[in-house]
Design a protein around this ligand. Structure first.
Ligand code: PMP
Ligand code: GLU
Length: 391
């Protein structure tokens, strides 16, 4: 008999679609994948080399649970230089990807029935993790017309005496929204007043095309004290399979998160941490990230133009991340819902997209443009043709 905790658990919709597309491709079916939430670039060679060197030099044993000291120091320096926040290495903990980091943060702060505010659309994993840990996700709606930006007023309306935290995710998965500094300031001030933690998921910080990226903890020293800054090597350095993520937060919480690590994963694979260290230290790394961003910039334009020209589809032009989140309500209603629409596109048009409903946005589809320009053009053309038969 399953525990009550897992009885309602849903598998990750994004990973499920990606796996399905790979499975079809392995069978020789020409599927175009817009599902994958990972850059289509290879991990930089210098990162791989550093990892291999560490492996050969015997870095194959347990490591400290909070992360190897060199990596925590390098992360403190990165946060200072790139994000304008001063964290001590003792305030930083490394775990197996941002996903595990988020899980450990929720475990650290949530009691049964505590509410967590989630601007919606949200990344699929947040509500599932919150529920697993006894919390209650509370949606804060945003609108396509409002650029999918959560407003302080909308946040305020949903605060109750059970509100424990808010999850902010800018640049956003799935919408591509980047929150303006003024709105972040208003929301953060509200959280300060009401004693609410801020969990800021900054995994897509490297991919901002419009707007300025602002690290929430950089807003003020007081805001920093209520904030958990979450990030990972997964997207920035195309290291999704390495499983290295981190949190920076006040030391009392960092210590608990490190203890949780010590009782669960023990540590991130030791030689993988040396690869991650090289990603921060190698002077070539900035060029590598810049090249990736340049490529995504071109693809964003193209995907936006092509999707916008499909009849009855409205598209918010993403300002960051590598996702685009068009509104296909007209078509999804004809088929029943967006899950059926995504299924039809996969089976008939051979295009994999993630339906909007697991992100809390019925009628939308998420397309990742972390794929070649050729695939973008071919895939959207296939979608257009399949939909033209419906309209
Ligand atoms: N946060 C967001 C918004 C994401 O899209 C992802 C997906 N990779 C993660 C966290 C988890 O990242 P990681 O692969 O480092 O666990
Ligand atoms: N975060 C990525 C996505 O949204 C990877 C998949 C996952 O971790 O769920 O597609």
């Amino acid at each position: 008999m399953l525990s009550q905790r897992v009885a309602q658990l849903k598998p990750s919709a994004t990973l499920t679609i990606t796996a399905k597309a790979k499975e079809l491709r392995a069978k020789g079916i020409d599927v175009i994948g817009f599902g994958a939430g990972e850059p289509d670039f290879d991990t930089p060679e210098f990162v791989k080399e550093a990892c291999i060197k560490a492996l050969k030099e015997g870095m194959t044993k347990y490591a400290p649970s909070a992360g190897i000291p060199q990596l925590r120091e390098a992360l403190a320096q990165k946060l200072y230089e790139e994000n304008s926040v001063e964290y001590k290495p003792s305030e930083i903990v490394v775990s197996t990807g941002a996903k595990m980091i988020l899980f450990l943060i929720f475990m650290t702060i949530l009691n049964e029935g505590d509410e967590v505010l989630l601007p919606s659309p949200y990344w699929v994993t947040y509500p599932e993790q919150i529920k697993l840990l006894g919390g209650v996700p509370i949606e804060v709606p945003t609108s396509e017309d409002g650029g999918f930006i959560p407003t302080a007023d909308a946040v305020k309306e949903r605060i109750t005496e059970r509100t424990k935290a808010i999850v902010l995710n800018s640049p956003n998965n799935p919408t591509g929204a980047v929150y303006p500094k003024e709105e972040l300031e208003k929301i953060a001030e509200l959280c300060l007043q009401k004693g609410i933690f801020i969990i800021t998921d900054e995994c897509y910080e490297a991919f901002v095309y419009e707007e300025e990226f602002v690290s929430v903890a950089s807003l003020s020293e007081e805001i920093k004290r209520i904030t958990f800054t979450v990030n990972a090597f997964s997207k920035t350095f195309s290291m999704t399979g390495w499983r290295v993520g981190y949190v920076a937060c006040p030391e009392e919480y960092a210590k608990v998160i490190a203890s949780l690590n010590s009782q669960t994963v023990s540590n991130v694979t030791t030689f993988a941490q040396f690869g991650a260290l090289e990603a921060l230290k190698n002077p070539e790394a900035k060029n590598y990230v810049a090249r990736m961003k340049e490529e995504f910039t071109k693809r964003r334009e193209r995907a936006y133009e092509l999707l916008k020209s499909i009849p009855y589809v409205s598209v918010f032009k993403p300002k960051g991340s590598f996702y685009i989140f068009p509104n296909f309500s007209y078509y999804s209603q004809k088929l029943g819902d967006d899950i059926k629409l995504a299924q039809m596109l996969l089976e008939e048009a051979k295009v994999a997209c993630v339906p909007g409903s697991p992100f809390g946005a019925q009628g939308y589809l998420r397309l990742s443009y972390a794929t070649s320009m050729e695939n973008i053009e071919k895939g959207i053309e296939r979608i257009r043709n399949a939909l033209s038969e419906l309209s």
